[in-house]
Design a binder for this molecule. Structure first.
Ligand SMILES: [Zn+2]
Length: 425
């Protein structure tokens, strides 16, 4: 019988809140009161066997009340009243208080005393005479307190239409090979049902990320879905320090821009997979949305052109010059500068083929671009808030809408950076 009650306590920490569930607690308490009352307290001084037996009952009953207290506390505070907000109804506030009062009354039902043996190594044993003196008073006190809680809970359940569906505090499922933890605290029947459809959606997007070549970003990934009410205005968050990816209800639906999950996986890929060097490069280029062409850049570019130029040219346009110089670019910002500098045409001294290259004039015209800032394209409106957000947005665009939705320069930079992070793109 003892085990059965403990089992009920565990099993009831979930699911349906109604009068029947409340009555089970009342019934448990009644049974436990009988057990408490049946602990033998009048033992003859020489009845060693009887005393040991009484101690056994005492300790079993103590364990039961402890289980009951923990179970009831969790049931009321985490299952029945999962939300805690300032605008709480009067009845709910009362309920919290009277539950606490009741739990307090069953906190000290089992007095102990020193066994009188060693003062160095003090041992406590059940104080049967203390129990005998206080037992009926204790019972009276907790019964009165419970009656109050019971009445208020009854009214509360009634005010909610008689039935409230609650969920296990934590649920574990697996979606497309990724462990998903549902933190249900704060979840109630008023919130959207996140069991089947949104989890399927999650699975679909996880597969898309994998299919786009970013399987490495899913390695060891765990997704937490959190229903805490004060986070209802936040879609999701990736915390690099703990490597946790959390989604809130707002982030569980598809939007025209794609799914929050993918943006957050973009953050994870950034922090977990990208070498620091690649991150710095991306940040450097995107941070001020532009790179400045310095005199040294122009000189270097000029020498590359000069060294590669063949005799038989008449005229070179931007595309030709870029083809000539791009292989010598050492970084993404070089490429950007070269792109800009290539727009300065090369002319011969005369107009016919084979005319010598007018180096002096060419360098003079290139120098017009000194201190010019070459703008980098915007990724998306949201992505422009910071380079790190820009990366997550580029990731989301690439995965959900395809490479062509990222502007050419950013796209090339993105590919270069992602390959350094072992993406198969
Ligand atoms: Zn973000």
């Amino acid at each position: 019988m003892f085990d059965l009650i403990a089992l009920n306590v565990a099993r009831r920490y979930a699911a349906v809140v109604n009068q029947g569930a409340l009555d089970k607690w009342a019934k448990d308490l009644k049974v436990m009161t009988k057990i408490y009352r049946d602990i033998p307290v009048s033992i003859e001084w020489d009845d060693t066997e009887g005393r040991e037996k009484a101690y056994g009952y005492f300790r079993e009953a103590e364990k039961l009340f402890l289980n009951f207290r923990n179970g009831f506390e969790a049931w009321v505070y985490k299952v029945v009243l999962p939300r805690m907000d300032k605008s709480e109804a009067y009845l709910v506030k009362e309920l919290r208080t009277s539950t606490w009062d009741f739990l307090h009354t069953i906190r000290s039902l089992f007095p102990t005393k020193w066994d009188g043996q060693s003062s160095q190594n003090v041992k406590h044993i059940p104080d049967l005479s203390g129990l005998k003196a206080k037992r009926e008073g204790n019972i009276k006190r907790y019964q009165v307190a419970f009656k109050k809680v019971y009445k208020q809970l009854s009214e509360y359940i009634e005010s909610k239409g008689g039935v409230m569906v609650r969920y296990d505090a934590v649920d574990h499922v697996e979606v497309a090979g990724v462990p998903v933890i549902l933190e249900n605290l704060g979840r109630d029947e008023g919130t959207f049902d996140y069991t089947v459809e949104p989890l399927n959606l999650l699975g679909k997007h996880l597969k898309t990320v994998k299919g786009a070549g970013f399987a490495v970003a899913l390695d060891g990934l765990k997704v937490t879905i959190n229903f805490t009410p004060d986070k209802f205005d936040e879609a999701g968050k990736y915390n690099p320090a703990t490597d946790t990816l959390t989604l809130h209800p707002l982030g569980m639906i598809d939007t025209p821009d794609g799914h929050t999950l993918i943006h957050e996986i973009g953050h994870r890929f950034w922090f977990k997979c990208l070498p620091g060097q690649s991150r710095s490069m991306w940040e450097e280029i995107l941070s001020d949305r532009g790179v400045t062409i310095f005199e040294g850049d122009i000189e270097r570019f000029f020498h590359i052109v000069e060294s590669k130029l063949t005799k038989d040219f008449a005229f070179m346009d931007a595309e030709d010059i870029l083809k000539l110089t791009l292989p010598a670019a050492k970084s993404k910002s070089d490429e950007l500068k070269f792109q800009e500098l290539s727009e300065t045409h090369i002319r011969g001294l005369g107009t016919g083929p084979g005319e010598p290259f007018d180096a002096k004039d060419y360098l003079r015209r290139l120098m017009f671009k000194k201190d010019e800032v070459v703008q980098v394209e915007e990724v998306s409106d949201y992505g422009d808030s910071s380079p790190v957000e820009g990366f997550a947005e580029a990731f989301r665009l690439w995965v959900t809408k395809g490479p062509q939705t990222i502007k050419p320069f950013t796209r090339e930079l993105f590919v270069q950076v992602c390959r350094a992070g072992d993406a198969r793109i």
